[in-house]
Ligand binder design. Structure first.
Ligand code: NDP
Length: 249
């Protein structure tokens, strides 16, 4: 029970990596607030997670909605010990064909919202809390057509370092978990049918030294490590959960 008597907030906790993390946190004794935009999947997640979870509709880019959700959660579960700023979207952004609106939407969801998630959480955080931000291998790999997403996730890394210095006096830790390709709906059509998913897995295996697609639970276990006292001296670091993809030539 590595998170006994702890309260956590997971943005995007109704699907993929966020939901896998919520399951693990609850199993480790935490009370968990999950937020997202989709009411139906939030309700399904709340039902599955049981009384240790509170699911509230809140767009990660909507500061007022997040503040209201937090107020409710803190009243019910107590102050926060863990924040996983996980909500994110994919968004191709080829230089030759991306509008300002599309570019800004990726930055707003994947970078700006992460800053304001931490800002909203701050007044509700216990000292020695742990904040984990979701990054991506795409911030270091030169994948074509990913300028906005890559910039957002590189920004997450840079932001974590600055915030860690700012918040260290309260003992608050901030680290980044950066997944490689993980089996979630963020890949859209690439995983929409069993045939497409098989082809996708094959393609990812070729560029991943461990030769496979990652699973949400594998990321969640790393988030759990960073959230727990096991990582009590780990500050301002980025942990890649990518099967070696960032190390491959
Ligand atoms: P999913 O699409 O399965 O989950 C994305 C989650 O983010 C959903 O819960 C979604 O909920 C939520 N979300 C998206 N936009 C918003 C928003 N504006 N406000 C609130 N919630 C939002 O994808 P993953 O689990 O894969 O993605 C989680 C994180 O992991 C993202 O930050 C992504 O960039 C990162 N990542 C994923 C990788 C992968 O291969 N899967 C690789 C590297 C990084 P809802 O739709 O209800 O809003």
């Amino acid at each position: 029970m590595r998170l006994a008597n702890k309260t956590a907030w997971i943005t995007g906790g109704n699907a993929g990596i966020g939901l896998a993390t919520a399951r693990l946190f609850v199993a480790e004794g935490a009370k968990v607030l999950i937020t997202g935009r989709n009411k139906a999947t939030l309700e399904a997640a709340a039902k599955e997670l049981g009384p240790s979870a509170l699911a509230i509709v809140a767009d990660a880019t909507d500061i007022a909605a997040n503040d209201a959700a937090l107020k409710q959660a803190v009243a019910k579960f107590g102050k926060l010990d863990v924040v996983f700023a996980n909500a994110g979207i994919a968004g191709p952004s080829p230089v030759g064909g991306t509008t300002l609106e599309a570019f800004e939407n990726v930055i707003r969801t994947n970078l700006t919202s992460v800053f304001f998630t931490v800002q909203s959480a701050l007044p509700h955080l216990n000292d020695n809390a742990s904040i984990i931000l979701n990054g991506s291998v795409i911030s270091v790999l030169g994948i074509p057509g990913q300028s906005a997403y890559a910039a957002a996730k590189a920004g997450v890394r840079a932001m974590a370092r600055s915030m860690a210095s700012e918040l260290s006096p309260r003992g608050i830790r901030i680290n980044v978990v950066s997944p490689g390709a993980i089996r979630t709906a963020i890949w859209g059509p690439a995983v929409a049918t069993p045939e497409a998913e098989k082809a996708f897995e094959k393609r990812i295996a070729l560029s991943t030294p461990l030769g496979r697609l990652g699973e949400p639970d594998q990321v969640a276990r790393t988030v759990l490590f960073l959230a727990s006292d096991d990582a009590s001296h780990v500050q301002a670091q980025e942990l890649f959960v990518d099967g070696g993809a960032t190390a491959s030539p």
